[in-house]
Ligand binder design. Structure first.
Ligand SMILES: [Zn+2]
Length: 392
């Protein structure tokens, strides 16, 4: 018998203890792993949308990696939003969550970017804005103001609070309808899912059944329009739609040859033509994005193409005004008023940060001089919800 295979009683004891030690170590290691599970190097973002859309209630994001900063820096304005979505998906450290960044609503995107910036860069944020006193200046002379905002002091509104406001508004609108009109409203709204008992479905019950995440309905007297929140993918779609139309036009100008005109004159002429086209592109982009708010027509869901057609040819203008008002009044997510003082004219004004912040301000930059992803003078001039649309 091979001596070495026989273990002495001491050796057996030593190994037994060592196994115990190993088990203890495993336990400690498990605890550590559990701690890692608490994501010490990640930021926890609790969305005000409370998991009502496609984004989970809570997500944990790690910091950007250097290659992400490169990806952002080299993205064209058309592809920036797509790039940011891809990066956000990579930063999520939670296991087993389903997160598609393109399904985020703009509010969720802003909250994600603010959360990451606060955790990994600190609370000081430079907000860029333009005072109205600059609007008459030539573009090259326009000055952009910078105001430092403390991100930890921002105020947010939850979707539940926004729901309450929405229900009050709907109740008031329904109260203004005659009984006959109200019945017609119900018949159209529930066309595809008829109510069991239409008589007991009072205005109170109907108003209470509404919430921000569900489509809401506006009747223009003939048609009942369903309206829904925008997702980032709608903005991307709008982007590719307008690029498809305007990029070939711009290329055509760039490649055009003209004889009998000095080169510098031709350059100037082309630059003007291109600028005019780009402005037009921005406007079409905005309209297209707005069209995507339309969800259904008389209870029938619309395709993107149908939405665009309906927006251009069928929806009365006042309905879109009403829709804009609704989205302004029932905000959730970042809901913060800032006071800005213009160093140029001294005028102080209040603005809603959620309307004037551009997500690009919140993105990390490779180095301090690398600010090509920041909004341009042109874009800041039209500061509004417009600013949310990357690539206009
Ligand atoms: Zn000013």
């Amino acid at each position: 018998m091979d001596e070495s295979k026989v273990l002495s009683p001491q050796e057996v004891e030593r190994r037994r203890q060592s196994t115990q030690i190993q088990e203890k170590e495993n336990e400690v290691f498990d605890d550590l792993k559990k701690e890692t599970k608490a994501y010490p190097t990640a930021v926890e973002v609790n969305f005000e949308s409370k998991g009502r859309f496609d984004t989970p209630k809570t997500l944990h994001f790690s910091d950007y990696k250097p290659r992400h900063l490169n990806d952002i820096a080299v993205s064209s304005s058309d592809s920036l939003l797509k790039t940011v979505c891809k990066i956000l998906e990579e930063l999520v450290v939670d296991d087993n969550v389903e997160f598609k960044a393109e399904n985020q609503v703009i509010e969720e995107l802003i909250e994600s970017l603010i959360g990451i910036k606060m955790k990994f860069e600190g609370n000081a944020h430079t907000h860029r804005w333009m005072c109205n006193c600059q609007s008459d200046e030539e573009e090259a002379d326009q000055t952009i103001n910078e105001t430092i905002i403390n991100l930890s002091e921002l105020t947010f509104t939850s979707i539940e609070e926004a729901d309450d406001k929405l229900r009050e508004k709907i109740k008031a609108d329904l109260d203004a309808l005659t009984d006959k009109e109200y019945k017609e409203y119900l018949l159209t709204k529930y066309k595809n899912k008829p109510l069991d008992d239409i008589e007991s479905h009072t205005r109170e019950v109907e108003a209470a059944s509404n919430k921000i995440t569900a489509p809401f309905y506006i009747n223009d007297g003939k048609v009942m329009w369903g309206i829904k929140f925008l997702r980032l993918k709608d903005i991307m779609e709008a982007n590719s739609y307008v690029s498809g139309i305007y990029e070939p036009k711009i290329k055509l100008i760039q490649n055009r040859k003209e004889h009998g005109i000095p080169l510098h004159k031709l350059k100037e002429k082309k630059a003007q033509e291109i600028k005019a086209l780009q402005e037009e592109q921005g406007k079409v982009m905005l309209s297209y994005v707005e069209a995507m708010l339309l969800y259904s027509k008389d209870g029938v869901e619309l395709t993107s193409q149908e939405k665009w057609k309906a927006y251009n040819e069928e929806v009365p203008r006042y309905i879109m005004d009403e829709v804009r008002k609704i989205f302004d009044n029932f905000r959730f997510g970042l809901n913060h008023e800032i006071e800005l003082q213009c160093p140029m004219c001294g005028n102080a004004e209040k603005r809603w940060l959620q309307l004037s912040i551009d997500p690009r301000e919140l993105l990390p930059v490779r180095n301090s001089g690398d600010n090509k992803t920041l909004p341009t003078v042109n874009e800041l001039r039209g500061a509004s919800r417009v600013a949310f649309y990357f690539g206009t």
